[in-house]
Design a protein around this ligand. Structure first.
Ligand SMILES: *[C@@H]1O[C@H](CO)[C@@H](O)[C@H](O)[C@H]1NC(C)=O
Length: 326
C-alpha cells in the first residue's frame, strides 16, 4: 500500500516537473591525494532512493563513465575501478571520493542525481597543482604526431597538457616559440614577449593557435603536464663527470633511478629546486634547474636550462636521480 502510494507520488511529482538545480565547483589537489568531489541534493528524498551518475568530461568532448549507483547496485568503470566510491554521508549525498589521484584524473566531472522530484547536476573542475613544459626529442623539433606526443610525455612522467594548463603556465610567464600538441588535439604555443619570428612583433601576447591538426600526419613538439613528486629528486654528488651509461648506473647504485625531465620540472617549479650543474636525464638530455637566477646560471630568469642531447659517450656531466617513495 505504502509502495503504491509513493509510486503515485513519484509520478505526480515527475509530471509537475520540478526545476533542476545546477552548480559548478572547483577543487584543487595534488598528485597522490585522496579527494572528495562534492555533490548533494537539497530537499526531499525520494523513497525509492536516488540514481547517481558520475562522468568525466574529456577535452575532446567525449564522456567517460566513472561511477553509477542505483540503490544497492553500484558500478565503477575503467581506470576508476577500485579507486572511487561514494561518501554516502546520508541519503541525499552523492559526493565522490577518488583515491590516489593520478595525472590523468585532472579535468571536469559531472554528477547527476536523478530522483524524479528534484533532479540535480553538479560540475566539478578538478585542478592539479603542477607545471607545463615543452618537449622535443633527440631528433629535433617537430617530430611528434599526436600519438608520439602522448608517449613522449608519459616517458617524462607527464601527460599531454590541456589548453587550460598551458594557459595557466603562460599567465605565469611561459614563453616558447615552438608549437606543440595539446590534449584537445590542437597545436599552440605561448608567447609573453611578442616578436617577429613568433607570430609577429606587433601582435599581442597570448597563446598562438594553429587549431586542430591531423593527429596521425602532422608533426610538432608537445606541451607536457606533470604534478608534484611523490619521491625525491636530487643531484648525485660524484667524484668525476660521467657519460650517460655511468650516470644510469650511478643512480641505480644509489638505490634510485636516473631522473626524468618531468621530475626536474616538478622539483624546480613546485619545490624551488636549484642546482647550477648540468646533469644527465633518462631521455639522454642534459639540463639543470635554476630557481635563483645568478651570474653564469641562467642570469636573467628562473628556468630549467637545456644543454641538449649530447653524444652519450661524452664524460662531461653530472646526473640527477629520482628515488620513488617506497
Ligand atoms: C587514501 O585512501 C586509501 C584507501 O582508502 C588509503 O589506503 C590511503 O592511506 C589514503 N591516502 C592518503 C594520502 O590519505
Amino acid at each position: 500500500m505504502i509502495a503504491l502510494f509513493s509510486l503515485a507520488l513519484f509520478f505526480f511529482a515527475s509530471s509537475l516537473h520540478v526545476e533542476a538545480q545546477d552548480e559548478r565547483i572547483k577543487v584543487y589537489a595534488n598528485r597522490g591525494d585522496n579527494i572528495t568531489l562534492p555533490c548533494r541534493l537539497e530537499g526531499l528524498t525520494n523513497l525509492f532512493g536516488n540514481r547517481i551518475k558520475w562522468t568525466k568530461l574529456e577535452d575532446d568532448s567525449t564522456e567517460t563513465d566513472v561511477l553509477m549507483s542505483m540503490g544497492f547496485h553500484k558500478k565503477k568503470y575503467g581506470n576508476f575501478e577500485g579507486r572511487v566510491y561514494l561518501l554516502g554521508a546520508d541519503d541525499n549525498d552523492a559526493t565522490l571520493v577518488i583515491t590516489n589521484l593520478d595525472l590523468k584524473d585532472y579535468g571536469t566531472y559531472r554528477c547527476e542525481i536523478i530522483n524524479g522530484l528534484n533532479d540535480k547536476t553538479v560540475e566539478v573542475d578538478l585542478e592539479l597543482q603542477g607545471v607545463v613544459f615543452p618537449y622535443s626529442p633527440r631528433l629535433g623539433r617537430y617530430n611528434f604526431n599526436f600519438q608520439n606526443a602522448e608517449a613522449a610525455c608519459l616517458e617524462q612522467d607527464a601527460v599531454v597538457a590541456s589548453f587550460e594548463q598551458l594557459y595557466e603556465e603562460w599567465r605565469s610567464g611561459l614563453d616558447w616559440c615552438n608549437a606543440g600538441w595539446l590534449s584537445d588535439g590542437t597545436v599552440q604555443y605561448p608567447i609573453t614577449k611578442p616578436r617577429e619570428p613568433c607570430g609577429g612583433a606587433r601582435t599581442s601576447a597570448g597563446l598562438r593557435n594553429y587549431g586542430r591538426r591531423d593527429k596521425s600526419n602532422s608533426r610538432y613538439d608537445v606541451f607536457c603536464f606533470t604534478a608534484s613528486l611523490k619521491g625525491r629528486f636530487y643531484y648525485l654528488i660524484q667524484p668525476k663527470k660521467l657519460d650517460y651509461e655511468e650516470a644510469v648506473n650511478a643512480c641505480e647504485k644509489d638505490g634510485a633511478e636516473i631522473a626524468k625531465v618531468g621530475h626536474m620540472y616538478a622539483a624546480w617549479k613546485l619545490l624551488g629546486y636549484d642546482r647550477c650543474d648540468a646533469g644527465w636525464l633518462a631521455d639522454g638530455s642534459v639540463r639543470y634547474p635554476i630557481s635563483r637566477p645568478r651570474k653564469n646560471c641562467s642570469p636573467t630568469e628562473a628556468a630549467v636550462r637545456y644543454v641538449g642531447f649530447p653524444d652519450k659517450k661524452q664524460k662531461l656531466y653530472g646526473v640527477y636521480c629520482y628515488k620513488p617513495q617506497p
